[in-house]
Design a protein. Structure first.
Length: 326
């Protein structure tokens, strides 16, 4: 029996090492409904303090996913003296787990912006630079980082989560991996090929659950058909689905964006990223768009992540240092 336990322990140690354990794990950035909202912080072994920081926001349809383990492609930024934080946020699949606190939108962006505020407010505690913070996320996380980027200058989505309400949640750069944007157009943006594996209009779709319109006879499709209906609950839902959309918040003050999307994505239509790209261009920005030929919903080759690294480094470290990127 003892040999068996040693074998299990050795497996756990090997797994932990492979997962790259955080330098500081389970840091509480806010408390809600008797529970802690937490993040993990990974500090690099190189670099000069104060260090630039990239915040990773996980995907999972706003209903699942976890901050740990942080993906290896995000943690590779530490090789260039960049700290990485991976954060948790309220999920639509956690109804009732946060006391009386809601798990529908805008809960998610309130949490993300609270984490940004906390990290900026505590930057000196961990050797971080409060003026060099980027965000990077995939899928639902891509949506949230895009929304954090475009809404950062507007207090309407700031929320009151956490104790750092006097601290800015503005970020300096955004990398959006295949995040949804205009939820009302998800189904309309589907092309064949590649088709789609999700009925975005259905009551049980991730999008319908996000806005809290997921009961029988409800769903994004019903809302789209009633978007101008003056009767409750449609006006409130119309405003909510507009607020969810990063495009609604685009203005001249938004940070640099890199948008990455696989052309064969069957979960989030490629056209969702084109909508965001066009909106940023219209506002006078110079966003970068990286279509990944024949790629699906993630699973990108290494060169794609390298492009994301170089983009982040160019805005957080500087062009001279990032020119040496390998």
């Amino acid at each position: 029996m003892r040999i068996g336990w040693l074998w299990v322990l050795s497996l756990w140690v090997g797994w932990a090492q492979a997962q790259q354990l955080p330098t500081h794990a389970d840091l509480t950035y806010a408390q809600l409904g008797g529970r802690d909202l937490q993040l993990d912080l990974y500090l690099p072994d190189i670099g000069t303090e104060p260090l630039p920081l990239v915040i990773w926001v996980h995907g999972g349809g706003w209903s699942g996913g976890t901050r740990f383990p942080a993906p290896a492609h995000a943690l590779r930024l530490r090789r260039f003296g960049v700290a990485v934080a991976s954060i948790s946020y309220r999920l639509t699949g956690q109804g009732g787990q946060w006391g009386a606190e809601s798990v529908i939108f805008p809960a998610q962006i309130h949490d993300v912006r609270a984490a940004i505020r906390w990290l900026r407010a505590h930057a000196t505690d961990y050797g971080l630079d409060p003026d060099r913070i980027g965000v990077w996320g995939s899928s639902a996380g891509g949506h949230l980082v895009a929304l954090a980027g475009t809404s950062g200058n507007d207090p309407a989505l700031e929320g009151t989560v956490g104790n750092e309400l006097g601290t800015s949640s503005v970020v300096q750069v955004v990398v959006d991996y295949y995040g949804p944007t205009d939820l009302l157009q998800m189904t309309l943006d589907i092309t064949t090929p590649p088709g789609n594996i999700i009925d975005h209009d259905a009551p049980d779709s991730p999008e319908s659950r996000l806005i809290g319109f997921s009961g029988p006879g409800e769903g994004i499709g019903v809302l789209r058909d009633n978007i101008d209906n003056p009767n409750p609950p449609f006006p409130e839902l119309a405003q909510r689905v507009s607020d969810v959309n990063p495009i609604s918040w685009v203005d001249a003050f938004d940070p640099p964006f890199l948008i990455v999307h696989g052309t064969a994505d069957t979960s989030v239509p490629f056209g969702q990223s084109i909508r965001l790209l066009d909106a940023l261009l219209l506002a006078g920005h110079d966003p970068q768009m990286l279509p990944v030929p024949d790629a699906g919903h993630g699973g990108f080759p290494t060169w794609v992540h390298d492009e994301a690294h170089e983009f982040l480094l160019s805005h957080l470290v500087g062009p001279l240092l990032s020119a040496g990127f390998e």
